[in-house]
Ligand binder design. Structure first.
Ligand code: NOJ
Length: 497
């Protein structure tokens, strides 16, 4: 009896920490996935090879349990069941990505794989029939292998190939899509894929990889934006932007050095990709730090490519809204000055910061990149609002990773509830303009080099079964109710107040 009372009190305390602002009726609540992580059918019906097909087949030792996306959740064959589950969940929108190699097997526009077009048209029609708004990402890390062999995202010519692919997608899918994302999380691709070498394509160019990659990404994005704007917008009346990702960087102390370090790190993580698009040019602190260090290291020019004036103007303003992925928070502290530790050029030293987490923040042992820190998320929303001229923001990814995939996933419910609550407070108390939230992920899937070990889905997928059976976790049932009730607590404030 005592225990029951104690438990009841605890539940009240937990739920009283959540915001009682109602979730606005037109606030979009959805879920997300990406092609390589769920589709499977890696070589079926004329699909070409992507850099992740190549990477997972060539370097099995770099992926937990030598997993691949060859079958993944088999969504290529099970898309009708997926649409039915989305319907059951009641989501307003579904964010998914197109596989460039399924549509253009060589990556180039000279040969279009009609079977790939047909697959995505069927999926889009299925969503339309069920009143689910698609949020379509053109590129979610799966570069066609032939383009990777030209240097991938370190080669600025890829921007033109991407633009041609984007035009084709607007032509062939634009009647069914109003919300476009050009590119997903360039920061992750550029840092982990081209600098640290821990994701495909596994390049470890610490000095220049990230900057060449960032340059090509923002250019590619801008080209696709202009094509949409000039050739399709009038007819299709949609909107388009890029997805950037960031944790929140909290200064580790009140010292001005740590405060400056945290601000600098924000510019290296998110500003490198967002600033050219939302404000114009690279962030000044990045230009200064990389430029100064490059000279001291003996380079004749900055390792960060300089934009021409024309490029700055061409890229600046290429957005219709702000799409943000975020999972966590770090404490940031000052580590080195710009003139210290000069040796070979290194992105990892350019920002001069150190990062740590607080051991009291909730996390799962063995998963280092997600801590449950909703207050950090609220600060991040405010930072984006203030730095990028009060844009309309949608959270295109946020979610909780565990290692068990259990159906009883209260930690995921707590995490998602806390983050939606932070959004409601940011909207109502800070004036931040957030119009949607997307859980990563709809279902457990191929979590890149973590294979199928890290689970982030609202639906469990049985990867041992040829059917890839999907089962709703507690979080799916909870999210379904939240989408319906538009309220995180027992009783929300009156929406009209
Ligand atoms: C970022 C990526 O966009 C997505 O592909 C990945 O699975 C999640 N975050 C979780 O790591």
């Amino acid at each position: 009896m005592l225990l029951t009372v104690a438990l009841a009190n605890l539940l009240v305390i937990c739920s009283s920490e959540l915001s009682d602002y109602p979730i606005p009726k037109d606030f979009m609540l959805g879920v997300a996935t990406a092609a390589y992580q769920i589709e499977g059918a890696w070589n079926e019906d004329g699909k070409g090879e992507s850099v992740w097909d190549w990477y997972s087949h060539t370097f099995p030792e770099r992926i937990d349990n030598a997993a691949t996306g060859d079958v993944a959740c088999d969504s290529y064959h099970k898309w009708e069941e997926d649409v039915a589950l989305l319907k059951e969940l009641g989501v307003d929108h579904y964010r998914f990505s197109l596989s460039w190699s399924r549509i253009l097997p060589e990556g180039t526009i000279n040969y279009v794989n009609e079977a790939g077009i047909e697959y995505y048209r069927k999926l889009l029609q299925g969503l339309a029939d069920n009143n689910i708004t698609p949020l379509v990402t053109l590129f979610h890390w799966d570069t066609p292998r032939p383009l990777h062999e030209l240097g991938g995202w370190t080669n600025p010519l890829i921007a033109d190939y991407f633009a041609e692919y984007a035009r084709l997608c607007f032509e062939r899918f634009g009647d069914l899509v109003q919300n476009w994302i050009t590119i997903n999380e360039p920061q992750t691709t550029c840092v982990q894929g081209y600098t640290e070498g821990i994701k495909a394509p596994g390049y470890s160019d610490e000095a220049e990889g990230v900057y060449l990659c960032a340059y090509t990404h923002v250019l590619a994005h801008a080209k696709a934006y202009h094509i949409y704007d000039e050739e399709f917008r009038a007819m299709q009346k949609g909107r388009i932007t890029i997805v950037v990702d960031s944790m929140w960087c909290e200064p580790a102390s009140d010292s001005s050095e740590d405060k400056e370090a945290a601000e600098t790190e924000m510019e290296f993580i998110i500003g490198l990709y967002a600033n050219p698009i939302y404000n114009g040019n690279w962030p000044q602190v990045v230009i200064d730090r990389v430029g100064n260090r490059s000279l001291l290291e003996g380079y004749p020019r900055s390792r960060l490519p300089e934009f021409t004036k024309d490029e700055i103007d061409y890229i600046n303003g290429t957005f219709d809204f702000f799409a943000l992925n975020s999972y966590s928070t770090n404490y940031i502290y000052h580590q080195i000055d710009v003139t210290e530790s000069i040796g070979n050029g290194s992105y990892l030293l350019d920002s001069g910061i150190g990062a740590k987490v607080n051991s009291t923040w909730k996390s799962i042992e063995g998963i280092g990149w997600v801590n449950d820190v909703p207050w950090g998320f609220r600060k991040l929303l405010n930072w984006v609002h203030n730095h990028y001229n009060k844009p309309d923001i949608i959270i295109t990814e946020n979610g909780w990773a565990d290692l068990t995939g259990d159906l009883q996933d209260q930690d995921r419910i707590d995490y998602v509830a806390g983050h939606i609550s932070a959004i409601l407070d940011a909207i109502n108390e800070d004036g931040v303009r957030v119009f949607g939230y997307t859980v990563w992920s709809f279902m457990d899937n191929f979590e890149w080099t973590n294979g199928y070990n890290e689970k982030l889905g609202l639906y469990q997928v049985d990867f041992d079964s040829p059917d890839r059976t999907r089962t709703a976790k507690d979080s799916a049932k909870w999210y379904q109710k939240i989408i319906k009730d538009r309220c995180l607590v027992d009783k929300c404030q009156d929406a009209s107040l």
